[in-house]
Structure formats: C-alpha cells, structure tokens
Design a binder for this molecule. Structure first.
Ligand SMILES: [Zn+2]
Ligand SMILES: [Zn+2]
Length: 157
C-alpha cells in the first residue's frame, strides 16, 4: 500500500486519494470542496476543470479497495442523490452509526468543508446553513442499487 503524504486540506491520510493534473494529491472530497468554487488547485493555483471530478484519477490504496469489499452483513449509511442512493464515505458512515447507536437525535458531520446535520428522527441530512434543503438518508445493508460513494462513482463489472 502506498504511503501517502497527508492531505494538504484536512492534514489526514487522504481518503479516496485523488491525484490532480498538477500531480498534487488530496482526499477526493477535500479536492472537490476546495476546487469546485475556485477551479484552482489550493496548493499551486493551477486551473483544474470541474469536469475532472466526473472521472478522477484515484490512487489505489486500502481505502479505495474497501469500496469493492463492503460487507453485506454490516449496516451502512446512504443519502439520496442524483438517480439513487449514495453511500457516505467510511469515516462519515462510522461517525453516523456511532451517534445512531448512542440513540442521539442528530449528529453533525463535516463533509468537504461543510457541516451537515444528520437528523435521525426525520431521517434526513441538510447543510447546517440551509435546513430547508434536506435529503433523505437511510441505514441499510449494502445496497446493490448504490450509485457511488460520496460523489464518487463506483465501477461495477
Ligand atoms: Zn483531506
Ligand atoms: Zn497543484
């Protein structure tokens, strides 16, 4: 497994490490959150087209391989997105599951630099600033209909 530099945005080991055309490496979501508003690499300011995220160059690590080997026994958390259910990334899903197990009414999670509220009573998520724009969420065993993970399309054979 490649030993990667920490992500320059969140300073953790990159989650779904993504290599930009300028060859800087970020978490997929950190890169997306930083680049979509500016169209620039946060490190070198090189222009990055938003279309890059439709077909990003991912670096194979254990965390990307987990996508392929999701256990069908465990519960995972999904949100309703374009054309179906999307899986939260592993870390966020674990944070949500922990709060759910503790019977909390809601939990706040940080996704791509924004705070989202996960409301377990209504089973919705929304950006903290925009409580009227909610999306449905669900807790389920691995769903064959999932479209991808946190905006990242999975390629199924
Ligand atoms: Zn990051
Ligand atoms: Zn760069």
């Amino acid at each position: 497994m490649a030993n990667l530099e920490p992500c320059p945005v969140c300073l953790n080991q990159p989650t779904y490490p993504t290599k930009l055309p300028c060859s800087h490496i970020f978490c997929f979501l950190c890169a997306k959150g930083a680049i979509l508003p500016t169209h620039k690499c946060p490190l070198c300011r090189r222009h990055i087209s938003p279309s890059f995220f439709n077909n990003p160059e991912l670096i194979q690590t254990e965390s990307t391989l987990e996508v392929a080997s999701l256990s069908s026994i465990d519960y995972h958390w999904f949100y309703e997105g374009y054309n179906g259910w999307w899986l939260y990334d592993e870390q966020t899903s674990n944070d949500i599951e922990t709060a759910y197990q503790n019977e909390e009414l809601f939990v706040e999670v940080l996704i791509a630099g924004f705070i989202y509220v996960i409301d377990f009573e209504k089973m919705v998520q929304y950006r903290k600033e925009f409580p009227n724009k909610s999306r449905k969420i669900k807790r389920d065993k691995t769903d064959m209909q999932i479209k991808g993970i946190a905006g990242l399309r999975t390629r199924r054979q």
